[in-house]
Design a protein around this ligand. Structure first.
Ligand SMILES: CC(C)(COP(=O)(O)OP(=O)(O)OC[C@H]1O[C@@H](n2cnc3c(N)ncnc32)[C@H](O)[C@@H]1OP(=O)(O)O)[C@@H](O)C(=O)NCCC(=O)NCCS
Length: 173
């Protein structure tokens, strides 16, 4: 399944991720680790970890990439929100767009594909855990119908300051 989503100047193709996307996905993730509070770690993902991460997603069809000009410009994925089996109908998402491609509709195109796939897989709720100051991500999720369920103050830290976690929830069924 591939979809075309055109907005602004970018023609975006979203398709399921493939093994060959692993380096591009890792580069986008590691850039976010180094430069932002989107991921609350300063430890970069190794090539082996990236392969393991992608393999789990490929098995359940829960990772997508967006291509612009035949290059991977972003990715989105969902996975279990929590490990205990009682949480099995709830998934957590992640959406990352290359910094030089922000604001072109790529995050929206990825989230459209991701929510559709999670619905088709029969999941019940999608959660987004977002650093409370990440306005672009909170707005993006609001536009898709996610609602803020609450904010947990000072549950994380990075770059020498406390971070608050906003949990957003989208019913899928
Ligand atoms: C959050 C992110 C995925 C959005 O992707 P994007 O391709 O830039 O978003 P889009 O162009 O599809 O914009 C979709 C909506 O997001 C919101 N948005 C995007 N950029 C924004 C900005 N700089 N300020 C405020 N809202 C913004 C808007 O509501 C926008 O819709 P609108 O333009 O119609 O108002 C992207 O900024 C990103 O990858 N950020 C770094 C990683 C990250 O924070 N990931 C999320 C972790 S929870």
């Amino acid at each position: 399944m591939a979809s075309i989503y055109a907005r602004s100047t970018a023609a975006v193709t979203v398709r399921p991720a493939r093994p060959g996307d692993v380096a591009a996905i890792r580069a986008i993730r590691n850039h976010a680790i180094e430069h932002s509070t989107a991921l609350w770690t300063r430890t970069l993902q190794t090539p082996d970890q990236a392969v393991t991460w992608l393999a789990a997603h490929l098995e359940r069809g829960s990772a997508f990439v967006a291509e612009v000009d035949a290059e991977v410009a972003g990715f989105a994925a969902y996975g279990p929100w929590r490990e205990l089996d009682g949480y099995r109908h709830t998934v957590e998402n992640s959406v990352y767009v290359r910094e030089d491609r922000h604001g072109l509709g790529i995050g929206s195109a990825l989230l459209t594909a991701l929510v559709t796939a999670a619905r088709e897989a029969g999941h019940h709720v999608m959660i987004a855990g977002i650093e409370a100051g990440n306005t672009p991500s909170i707005r993006l999720h609001e536009r898709f119908g996610f609602q803020v369920a609450g904010t947990l103050p000072e549950v994380g830290t990075k770059f020498g300051r406390w971070l608050d976690l906003t949990l957003m929830r989208l019913p899928l069924a």
